[in-house]
Write a protein that binds this ligand. Structure first.
Ligand SMILES: *[C@@H]1O[C@H](CO)[C@@H](O)[C@H](O)[C@H]1NC(C)=O
Ligand SMILES: *[C@@H]1O[C@H](CO)[C@@H](O)[C@H](O)[C@H]1NC(C)=O
Ligand SMILES: *[C@@H]1O[C@H](CO)[C@@H](O)[C@H](O)[C@H]1NC(C)=O
Ligand SMILES: *[C@@H]1O[C@H](CO)[C@@H](O)[C@H](O)[C@H]1NC(C)=O
Length: 617
């Protein structure tokens, strides 16, 4: 109590010292997202130049946390951007200046957060030069990034439904930098910071922007060094490194887990993300080893006791795709030629040419020929052509799901393929009305421009062991807003469609289990969603299937097949019926594409392999 009083006296004294005070940078920034001084003129703002960029300079208040030195307010950034192409002309880093200007809130899209800045600087007076500029070190003292939640507005789940139920720019919450990632980075906006021992957790985007974490505590770290997205932990402790301020360019070959030289730069907000603009380009100092993952350890027994099943989104595959032989090599060398392969994103025979061609016989024949050339089995393939232009993807590409199967191990049970518009049904037995057949293809409510799941029934060549499969490629997340954007929770593009798709598909599967609760069923593919988000929660509860990652005990942080923003994430899944789950299932994700650099990447998804006992008894 006594100490508090003493502090208050000192604070009051300090307050009096800075009399008739000009406004400070921390007052301009304030303790919320939007400045109290938005659109107002300000005079005599004092700061030391910490960095210069092509379109402005950054200045930091010379008096650390304004007046309350003993109670630094970690919510209010001490630094700010002065936007002007000319302001920096006669200034150098270390100059102490005073200027007038206008406080502005800028964003280049309504889906982004605002950046507080000073525009139209005038009366720039240099007061001294050569002042020391020391970066704040992220990860030291109270400069600790929160590791799980982004915003108080997310209701603890960044993927909660409904999405976009509020916006940061409207709610303008008071910053809580120790709890929420967006608040943390906002509280550092404009600051010169250092990232010690940085590690890349993504490949660079087309601009060379690369996600990193430093030596601060993180959650979700996987064996490769990336951060895996898990339920209620979407890794706000990561930061993207943008374009260097000295005009150099970041390297393009950086990959997941690379170690980097120490980074110093300015925290800002642009293009939907908090980012650090480094003083100079990133430098890779080392890479995780081995460079590529080992092949799967799961080898098919080629009988019902241990059939291997692969799944691979082959990214817009067409007959002449440069990556077709590389996909084939992956299936043979890394997936060890599973007895059955679920593929997604197979285009028609002339790819993304928008005409009436819908057959993919040439695409699939070329793929199985390339697999054979690579030393794999002579697969057969089966698909059902979509209705032209109805299933989404690249215009004219008519992507669809398909199966490749080793005819020396399994066969379709009483083949009876449905047409593009025939709805498959579960008949007594259970048996399928069409084999294979699409699920509810005329349900335009559920399938707005997306692929229809393909249900099939299989048996071992002796006809004794029957199992069912559903090959899935749900609607994409296109249209999502940035995980660091204004809508909270962020817009999860297509989530309403995926919800309906999950219900329709799960209902179909549940009918097989209603007939035979011991039925062997595998649903696999690109679900474009995470297991802890509503569509897939519905899918498992309605279908009665189990998540194979869980059933096989895949370590939670190694469950990923895709890199997006800062996260290693799992869009591709296998779900199996309880009878299969009870017979020691195995499952491996082969990180052949997430670990590769941009050049070495063959598809944007990693493939997976399961080994399952499909024996009837
Ligand atoms: C701004 O600085 C000028 C020059 O030092 C001074 O005359 C003026 O009173 C200051 N204005 C405010 C609002 O502090
Ligand atoms: C998600 O946000 C979009 C844009 O505001 C809205 O149209 C859609 O209905 C929302 N969906 C859900 C399920 O929250
Ligand atoms: C989020 O909702 C607001 C309010 O309804 C709307 O103005 C905005 O466009 C939506 N944002 C996105 C990205 O859909
Ligand atoms: C594609 O192959 C299937 C099965 O062999 C056959 O029924 C169909 O006619 C073929 N389509 C075209 C366009 O060749």
């Amino acid at each position: 109590m006594k100490i508090l009083t003493r502090f208050r006296q000192i604070a009051t004294f300090a307050l009096c010292l800075s009399t008739a005070s000009a406004i400070t940078i921390s007052e301009i920034n304030g303790k919320k997202y939007l400045s109290l001084y938005k659109d107002q003129p300000v005079t005599n703002v004092t700061g030391i130049v910490t960095a210069k960029g092509p379109d402005g300079i950054w200045i930091r208040s010379p008096t650390s946390d304004r007046r309350f030195i003993l109670f630094p307010d970690i919510r209010t950034s001490e630094s700010i951007y002065v936007f002007s192409r000319t302001v920096g002309t006669n200034l150098a880093v270390g100059d102490r200046i005073t200027l007038d200007g206008k406080v502005s809130e800028y964003r280049s899209s309504p889906a982004y957060l605002f950046l507080t800045e000073i525009t139209a600087p005038a009366n720039v007076r240099k007061e001294s030069s050569g002042n020391k500029v020391t970066p704040l070190i992220i990860g030291r003292n109270t400069v600790l990034p929160p590791t799980q939640q982004y915003s108080s507005l997310d209701r603890l789940d960044v993927f909660a439904v409904p999405n976009n139920s509020s916006q940061v720019s409207v709610a303008n919450p008071t910053l809580r930098p120790l709890l929420y990632g967006l608040d943390f980075w906002e509280s550092l906006t404009g600051e010169l910071v250092t990232v010690r021992t940085p590690r890349a957790i993504s490949k660079p985007n087309n601009f060379g922007d690369t996600w990193v974490v430093g030596d601060w505590p993180v959650t979700g770290r996987n064996h490769r060094g990336g951060l895996t997205l898990t339920d209620r932990d979407a890794n706000p402790e990561a930061i993207i490194i943008g374009s260097p301020l000295d005009g150099t360019r970041n390297p393009t070959g950086t990959k997941l887990g690379d170690s980097l030289q120490e980074i110093t730069g300015i925290v800002t907000q642009a293009f939907g993300f908090y980012r650090i603009l480094p003083l100079t380009a990133l430098q890779v100092t080392g890479s995780a080893s081995p460079a590529l993952p080992p092949p799967t350890t799961l080898i098919s027994s080629e009988d019902c006791t241990g059939l291997t099943v692969g799944a691979y989104n082959v990214e817009n595959l067409m007959p002449t795709s440069a990556h077709l032989p590389r996909v084939a090599a992956h299936i043979v060398d890394y997936l060890k030629s599973p007895s059955l392969v679920f593929v997604q994103e197979v285009q028609d025979d002339n790819g993304a040419t928008n005409d009436a061609v819908v057959s993919a016989n040439v695409t699939l024949s070329n793929l199985v020929a390339a697999i054979s050339t690579a030393g794999g089995p002579d697969y057969k393939f089966v698909d059902i052509v979509p209705v032209d232009d109805q299933d989404g993807g690249q215009p004219g590409g008519n992507i669809r799901v398909a199966y490749l199967y080793d005819p020396s191990v399994i066969q379709l049970r009483d083949p009876n393929p449905g047409s593009s518009i025939d709805a498959n049904e579960v008949l007594p037995g259970p048996e399928l009305k069409f084999n294979p057949g699409r699920i509810d293809p005329l349900n335009t409510d559920a399938w707005t421009a997306s692929r229809k799941p393909l249900a099939a029934a299989w048996e071992t060549l002796d006809g004794r062991n029957k199992f069912f499969t559903v090959n899935v490629h749900f609607g994409s997340k296109g249209g999502s807003s940035s995980i660091e954007g204004d809508p909270r929770p962020p817009v999860n593009g297509g989530v309403d469609d995926r919800q309906k798709q999950a219900e329709v598909t799960a209902n179909f599967i549940s009918k097989i289990l209603q007939q035979d609760r011991n039925a062997a069923i595998i649903a696999a593919g690109d679900f474009n969603e995470f297991t802890f988000v509503q569509p897939l929660e519905t899918f498992t509860s309605v279908s009665g299937l189990r998540d194979l990652d869980v059933a096989a005990g895949v370590p939670p942080l190694e469950r990923y097949t895709y890199l997006f923003d800062m996260n290693c994430q799992e869009l591709d899944h296998m779900f199996i019926s309880p009878s299969l789950a009870g017979k020691r299932p195995r499952f491996e994700h082969v990180h052949i594409n997430t670990w590769a650099d941009a050049q070495g990447m063959v598809s944007d998804h990693d493939p997976s392999v399961a080994k399952l006992n499909v024996c009837s008894r």
